[in-house]
Design a protein around this ligand. Structure first.
Ligand SMILES: [Zn+2]
Length: 206
């Protein structure tokens, strides 16, 4: 039985990905050994997270004064290609590879058939509205993870976007939905892939 303050913190920390009760307790006991000013810095760092905001176009988390993130404001990126990713971490991983020169759209999580409410959280409606009005985009790359949820999410996106795409292609506009090629091993979350693996999956998209 932990002291109540510790138990309360454990209950909060285990909501974070990859943190179990034992690991949470270990972190807290470690923090207890630290100096007051270190604990205060951590607290104020966490409080400061509320200053971050989502880009109005791609939903990437950023802290610029502008409403749009740096990537969306870029004039040199390829506006014909958009890549849909599940989360910020995936975007960061891909951006570091320098392979993708187009724009992004951050869904805000994968869809899970086990959690029907996940369908409501998704920002896909905003993206399909954008796509419907846009005349520039020629390819949407679905860069979801090579997991069951990632596959499911990609299929769902294809279904949602297909009427728009059919409309565009019937008007003679070139348009493709592609998915990352094999190379990303099955079950792998995108954020854990390395540059070479991602690059080959990107170049082999179809
Ligand atoms: Zn953006």
């Amino acid at each position: 039985m932990y002291p109540e303050r510790i138990q309360k913190l454990i209950d909060m920390l285990i909501r974070l990905p990859g943190i179990g009760p034992r690991q949470a307790a270990r972190l807290i006991y470690r923090l207890l050994d630290e100096r007051d000013d270190f604990r205060e810095s951590i607290s104020s760092g966490i409080l400061g997270l509320k200053e971050l905001k989502k880009c109005v176009r791609c939903y990437k988390t950023h802290e610029d004064k502008n409403t749009m993130c740096k990537i969306c404001r870029s004039e040199t990126r390829n506006s014909k290609v958009y890549m849909i990713v599940e989360k910020d971490m995936d975007l960061d991983t891909i951006e570091k590879t320098g392979v993708h020169e187009g724009f992004y759209f951050v869904l805000g999580g994968a869809l899970s058939p086990l959690m029907p409410e996940s369908y409501k959280h998704i920002r896909l409606k905003n993206f399909s509205d954008f796509l419907e009005k846009d005349n520039n985009v020629e390819e949407v790359i679905l860069a979801t993870s090579a997991t069951t949820e990632g596959d499911h999410t990609a299929q769902f996106i294809e279904k949602i976007l297909s009427p728009i795409i059919n409309k565009k292609t019937s008007l003679g506009k070139p348009f493709n939905i592609t998915r990352l090629g094999r190379g990303l091993s099955t079950g792998l979350e995108l954020e854990y892939s390395d540059r070479e693996t991602f690059k080959s999956a990107y170049l082999n998209r179809r």
